[in-house]
Design a protein around this ligand. Structure first.
Ligand code: FPP
Length: 232
């Protein structure tokens, strides 16, 4: 497999599980379960290509407003995946990290999340960030509140970054959103300032290996300018 320029950090809004299920007369939670297979595919390809950071939007702060049964199903799925896959994740050299307001997670889910993070914390082949109970504005507000509580009166961009949930991660090079919507939906608001955006109509459960590689190839063809003039 040959891709010219591999992004260091890929972020993904995994949208369309519900529509995928509805089209088949299945429950939304079945859509999420099949979507988890796509998560496996993008993790495998990331390892193969040498992508170092992968951030997946698994559950937003707004998702708490979904029907109780769906929220319970998603929490159960997250817990089960982390429990069942943590050995594989550890062996492959993946480090799991979680960003978001974790305080809202059910106790049993939080426990499994913490255990997975602790077990894999020294791994460094791929940093897998799961955005759970995550909102971009919430992240910025949390940062500002920490800054205030430390009594700081002034801040610049570089020091502000240190207060974000994952200050060690570089900004994403590429954001992928599936299922046709062309929105950021409160994901990584600070970090996406210069990120290349890739939108596809494919629903997340159908977004597998080949399409992920296609997105990376598309990225590798783009010239990034960061607001400057670049000779072509
Ligand atoms: C959006 O589809 C998807 C979600 C809210 C959940 C994504 C979660 C997974 C794929 C589970 C596995 C994840 C990890 C990282 C272990 P939607 O329900 O908004 O779809 P719709 O827009 O068609 O309704």
């Amino acid at each position: 497999m040959k891709v010219d320029r591999i992004p260091t950090h890929v972020a993904i809004i995994m949208d369309g599980n519900g529509r995928w299920a509805k089209m088949r007369g299945l429950s939304r939670n079945v859509g999420h379960r099949v979507g988890a297979e796509s998560v496996r595919d993008v993790i495998r390809v990331s390892l193969e290509l040498g992508i170092k950071y992968l951030t997946l939007f698994a559950f937003s702060t707004e998702n708490w407003n979904r029907p109780e049964e769906e929220v319970r199903g998603l929490m159960h799925l997250l817990k089960g995946l982390l429990q069942n896959e943590v050995e594989f994740i550890y062996r492959e050299g993946i480090s799991i990290r979680v960003i978001g307001r974790l305080g809202r997670l059910p106790g049993d889910v939080l426990k499994v999340v913490k255990k997975a993070m602790e077990l894999t914390e020294d791994n460094s082949k791929l940093y897998l960030y799961l955005a759970i109970s995550y909102g971009g504005r919430a992240e910025i507000v949390d940062a500002v509140n920490r800054i205030i509580s430390e009594g700081r009166r002034e801040i610049d961009e570089e020091s502000f970054r240190k207060y974000l949930y994952a200050p060690e991660a570089p900004d994403p090079d590429l954001l992928i959103r599936t299922a046709g919507e062309k929105r950021i939906s409160n994901f990584l608001l600070w970090q996406l300032a210069y990120t290349e955006l890739y939108f596809t109509d494919t629903l997340w459960p159908d977004f597998r290996r080949d399409e992920f590689i296609e997105a990376i190839e598309d990225y590798s063809r783009r010239i990034r300018r960061f607001g400057r003039v670049v000779e072509e």
